[in-house]
Design a protein around this ligand. Structure first.
Ligand code: UDP
Length: 192
């Protein structure tokens, strides 16, 4: 994709449809991909935390998640087509993933929330294989990574909030060639 830089962060210049189509191609080819959906809060945080800024440089796709980013791009005279949120992308991929019998790993949120999300996803997106799930309040990070590797997922959704989810993905993504995406508070939204 072409990109538009805002505060040194390159945002992909595409629509939700164009983005998801690219992700589907990547997933089917087992490409290793790291997606960050970045809102203004993330931009401010990156500006003050060089280690997080460095993690962002490793992302394959950074999407404009938040109207503030869209407005910023407009003001700079380099408009972006539309918001691309983690939540919307997650739901679209779950729908498609069901049809494709894709394997997913769910990491994050409190144990009860995660349990509900696993149940809801299997009910609402038939065909999806929840290959593994782990709440976001772990002590043994290595054990979590081992679980992810053993599950052989096609898509790994990390819902431990920023910046934790992006640090985690950047550190461990090479262990599985899959789509790795931080989805913030999405599991809480799904659980309702
Ligand atoms: N969370 C987690 N582990 C942690 C801290 C937070 O799994 O150590 C979860 C929390 O339960 C919530 C999500 O991460 O489900 C954070 O949601 P929030 O909306 O704050 O994240 P953001 O969208 O700002 O990244």
């Amino acid at each position: 994709f072409d990109t538009v830089a805002i505060l040194n962060v390159p945002f992909i210049k595409t629509t939700n449809a164009g983005f998801v189509q690219q992700l589907q191609t990547d997933i089917l080819a087992h490409h290793n991909r790291f997606v960050v959906t970045a809102n203004p809060e993330i931009l401010m945080y990156a500006r003050e935390h060089p280690d997080y800024q460095h993690v962002l440089t490793q992302a394959d796709y950074i999407t404009p998640d938040g109207i503030g980013v869209i407005q910023g791009a407009q003001i700079l005279g380099t408009p972006l087509p539309e918001r691309i949120t983690g939540y919307d992308t997650l739901l679209t991929l779950l729908k498609w993933g069901g049809q494709q019998h894709q394997r997913i790993f769910l990491l994050g949120a409190k144990p009860a929330v995660l349990q509900q999300v696993a149940t809801i996803v299997q009910r609402d997106y038939p065909g999806i294989v929840v290959a593994g799930a782990r709440d976001g309040y772990y002590d043994d990070e290595q054990a979590v990574v081992d679980e992810i590797v053993a599950a052989k997922p096609d898509m790994i959704f990390v819902a431990t909030g920023f910046p934790k989810q992006e640090f985690f993905i950047a550190q461990y993504r090479q262990r599985v060639d899959a789509l790795w995406m931080g989805v913030g508070g999405s599991f809480d939204v799904i659980a309702g």
